[in-house]
Design a protein. Structure first.
Length: 426
């Protein structure tokens, strides 16, 4: 009996000691603080940021030319590959030149024939002019003889009236005068005929010269048509799809082009902004060039251009106005037809900015976790502004120099202790 009582007392003491040990462990667990949450942090900065208007833009070729044939014929050779960059004057197509070469030879032969006819007409004109000169000389000679005969006639008439000579002598002198007068009239008629022949010869010369000019014009036309058998690039640019292959017969200026060339250096980005920005755009543009920034390569980098066109009307159906920015595009970062995000910079201002990943969305709006001096966090509501590249403008709620959480927010609650992780070196 004594052994049984002793054993019972030992078991009771053991159970009591175990119960006390459990209560002590629970109390120690309740009094231990939770572990600190490792977080990444960043400082709130104040910097100069651009005042921008963002829009979705469409990249457009600076110039687009549809290359067509100006003559009908068969394409015998294509001198470029699809998608190739070409320079102004580079040979693109060759059209069979043989019909045009024959036309050039034919028109040149016509010019040679008309030139020979001109020489003949000029020789005939010279002969007619010589005949005119001869007729004029004959007229002058006969006029002199007629004048002399007239003087003789007057003298012999006085002598016959005074009966100093026989009547037959006077009649002979008068007959000679009449004959010479008739000769003078015939000479005058010969002069007129010779002049008429000379005028006809001059007309023949003029006609031959006109024919030569007409045929020379036909030669120029034929040579121009021959030049059209080689089609060259009208500008620097990049070729598109080859729409007509070698061996096909094309018509002159038909609707479908042979190839389309697009100039991509420089290049346009067309975009539209709300009309409420129109006044600011006009104001800042009057002060200088407006910069436009476009993100390319999946957001890895950006290219910068300048506004070079503003449409003269606001689109009433959308309430927007169209702008165009010109980019040098030296590295072909922009491609026609591409859609890009364009940021139009109007001016710059000083603003408070934080990394975009620091701002969280809650039921009451946007907020950030601010790290206090005792390494606990405070959930502070903020009013966000414009979005920049990887950053947000904070219009209200934060001050420069405050420390905010940028990584690890999902494990935080207001008042939680944090452990700041070392930043990785860039």
């Amino acid at each position: 009996m004594r052994r049984a009582r002793a054993a019972g007392a030992l078991v009771a003491a053991t159970l009591s000691l175990a119960a006390c040990s459990d209560r002590a462990g629970e109390a120690e667990t309740r009094s231990a603080p939770p572990p600190a949450v490792p977080v990444g942090v960043a400082m709130v900065e104040q910097k100069v940021v651009p005042l921008q208007v963002t829009a979705v833009g469409n990249v457009q070729a600076y110039t687009t030319v549809s290359v067509k044939s100006q003559i009908a014929g068969q394409i015998v050779r294509v001198h470029f590959k699809e998608g190739q960059e070409v320079k102004r004057g580079d040979l693109l197509f060759t059209i069979d030149p043989r019909p045009m070469e024959a036309a050039v030879r034919q028109t040149e032969a016509n010019v040679a024939k008309d030139t020979a006819q001109l020489r003949q007409a000029e020789a005939a004109l010279g002969q007619r002019q010589a005949e005119v000169s001869q007729a004029l000389a004959n007229l002058e000679r006969d006029l002199a003889q007629t004048e002399n005969a007239r003087v003789q006639e007057r003298r012999y008439r006085e002598l016959v009236q005074r009966e100093l000579i026989a009547r037959e002598q006077y009649d002979q002198v008068r007959t000679t005068l009449a004959a010479l007068q008739a000769t003078v009239e015939a000479d005058r008629a010969a002069v007129e005929n010779a002049k008429a022949s000379a005028r006809a010869a001059e007309a023949a010369v003029d006609s031959a010269r006109a024919a030569i000019k007409a045929n020379e014009a036909m030669v120029d036309t034929a040579r121009l048509q021959l030049a059209y058998t080689t089609i060259r690039a009208p500008m620097d640019g990049r070729t598109g799809n080859l729409l007509v292959q070698a061996g096909n017969v094309v018509k002159a200026n038909e609707d479908n082009p042979l190839v389309v060339i697009a100039q991509i250096r420089p290049i346009y980005v067309s975009f539209s902004v709300p009309e409420q920005n129109l006044t600011a755009i006009k104001t800042y543009r009057a002060e200088g060039s407006l910069k436009v920034e476009v993100v390319v390569d999946g957001g890895q980098r950006s290219v910068v251009g300048a506004v070079t066109f503003m449409n003269n009307t606001v689109d009433p159906s959308t309430g927007t106005i169209q702008l165009k920015a010109t980019f040098p595009n030296a590295d072909n970062a922009l491609w026609p037809g591409q859609f890009v995000e364009a940021a139009l910079t109007l001016t710059t201002e000083i603003a408070v900015v934080v990394p975009s990943r620091a701002v969280q969305a809650g039921q009451g709006g946007s907020f950030v976790f601010v790290v206090k001096s005792d390494l606990t966090v405070e959930a502070r509501p903020v009013k966000t502004g414009r979005r920049l590249a990887g950053e947000l403008v904070i219009e209200q709620g934060l001050a420069r120099g405050e420390q905010i959480v940028t990584d690890g927010q999902l494990r935080l609650v207001p008042g939680a202790r944090v452990e700041i992780k070392p930043q990785r070196s860039s």
